[in-house]
Design a binder for this molecule. Structure first.
Ligand SMILES: Cc1cc2nc3c(=O)[nH]c(=O)nc-3n(C[C@H](O)[C@H](O)[C@H](O)COP(=O)(O)OP(=O)(O)OC[C@H]3O[C@@H](n4cnc5c(N)ncnc54)[C@H](O)[C@@H]3O)c2cc1C
Length: 394
């Protein structure tokens, strides 16, 4: 298993638990470092994947949407709707679970290339001290996230790869500064906050917030650096002078149609490496975990004693379709909505269009309704009038 993110670590755990010999490698020397993800999740995901309370940095009961312009819209629920996880702690916990079931964890170890050899696949690994070794195994899973280190870029026939660049700072704030952001997920919307994207302020442990921006990349337009923009957002959010504890970020990349090959011989893709991240809310942890749950039974069947290669390949050929069905048809629609909403957000007309969409959302007073839209992609709740917008006709 190459990559110890949510996808790779979860699959390693499932396979090791079933008694298989699993190697889990990651180029990071310490999984608590480079915790690039904001890690906001709906409560249902915490329950579905049995994630313990110790990973939860904060809980949220509502939503706050700031912008376009000075508009502020709030939806408050009575109960916890979701959590913000400590992403580094999540990776460490998942890896620990896999190890506890017998998986071997190699950190500071980078996969450089792979070769298909008769009855096996061979992977070149390089450790931090420069040591290199070819390792033979029956299967290799590319769970290297958006980097797709072994599978490589999707072919042009898979449709365009939509890319968001995210930068996030973990900041220490005073109790007064924190007040406005606690208990809710806040998004900053509109071109005066950020063209072609959105910003956010998420609560973390007491006295800490995550403030970030994500911009969908458009090579036809200037893409100024996001750091200075984030600095000015801090000021606008009343957080100027907050101590920056950590700076991180990364790319989030998915094809909208998800038609890319999920396997090349004995190399199989998982999680973000096969476009499970959703660009609407820049969200992919639960989809990565889900991809592991979908692939595990197929890999177990392929590795069962006596399974012929041809039968194993047939079972694994069913995996892309199973994953597509597990993600659901709404996943694809939300991807289109993301591309249209964020990439097209670069003019006063686009701000007005967003304004109309948000005014439509305001008709629904419950915070749960907004969660149903942003996490369950239940667009039909907003009526058929929203459909032309979703399909790009309006
Ligand atoms: C700024 C930002 C904010 C986000 N916020 C959220 C959010 O709020 N909620 C949410 O659900 N999702 C969020 N996401 C998306 C989410 O983090 C990803 O979808 C999720 O982490 C994907 O999991 P994964 O296991 O597929 O890949 P990753 O988590 O990317 O894991 C891949 C692992 O592979 C390792 N690796 C890469 N190449 C190699 C190699 N050659 N050899 C060895 N190891 C390698 C990497 O070090 C990494 O640990 C965010 C993403 C970004 C960039």
């Amino acid at each position: 298993m190459v990559g110890c993110g949510p996808a790779g670590a979860e699959l390693a755990r499932l396979l090791a638990q079933a008694g298989l010999a699993v190697w889990l490698v990651d180029q990071l020397a310490d999984l608590s470092q480079a915790a690039f993800s904001s890690a906001a999740l709906p409560l249902a995901a915490l329950e579905r994947f049995s994630l313990p309370a110790s990973l939860v940095a904060s809980r949220w009961q509502g939503w706050q949407l700031l912008g376009p312009g000075e508009a502020v819209r709030r939806w408050q629920g009575d109960q916890t709707l979701g959590v913000v996880l400590d992403f580094g702690a999540l990776r460490q916990w998942l890896a620990g679970e896999a190890q506890a079931w017998g998986a071997r964890l190699e950190l500071g170890c980078r996969a450089l290339e792979q070769r298909q050899v008769p009855d096996r696949i061979s992977t070149l690994l390089r450790w931090r001290d420069g040591q290199q070794r070819w390792i033979k195994s029956r299967w290799v899973v590319d769970a290297t996230g958006q980097a797709r280190s072994l599978l490589g870029e999707p072919p042009a026939t898979a449709g365009p790869l939509v890319t968001g660049l995210g930068v996030e700072w973990l900041v220490a704030v005073s109790a007064d500064q924190e007040q406005r952001w606690r208990g809710q997920l806040s998004f900053l919307l509109g071109t005066d906050w950020l063209p072609q994207g959105y910003g956010w302020v998420f609560p973390m442990q007491s006295g800490q917030l995550k403030v970030g921006v994500c911009r969908l990349q458009d090579p036809k337009r200037p893409q100024p650096p996001l750091g200075p923009l984030l600095q000015s957002i801090l000021g606008r959010c009343g957080l100027a002078g907050a101590q920056v504890l950590d700076r991180h970020g990364g790319l989030i990349r998915s094809t909208i149609a998800r038609q890319e090959p999920h396997r090349r011989g004995r190399l199989i893709g998982l999680g973000d490496a096969v476009s499970t991240a959703n660009l609407l809310g820049g969200e992919g942890i639960r989809h990565a975990l889900l991809s592991a749950r979908v692939l595990a039974p197929q890999l177990l069947a392929a590795l069962a004693p006596g399974t012929q290669d041809r039968a194993a390949a047939q079972g694994l050929d069913a995996y892309p379709g199973q994953l597509r069905r597990a993600l659901g048809w709404r996943w694809g629609l939300s991807g289109r909505l993301a591309r249209r909403t964020w990439l097209g957000l670069n003019s006063p007309a686009a701000d007005r269009r967003l304004e109309r969409l948000l005014a439509g959302l305001e008709q629904h007073k419950q915070a749960e309704d907004l969660s149903a839209l942003l996490f369950d992609y239940r667009f039909e709740r907003y009526g058929f009038r929203a459909l032309p917008y979703l399909l790009g006709l309006r």
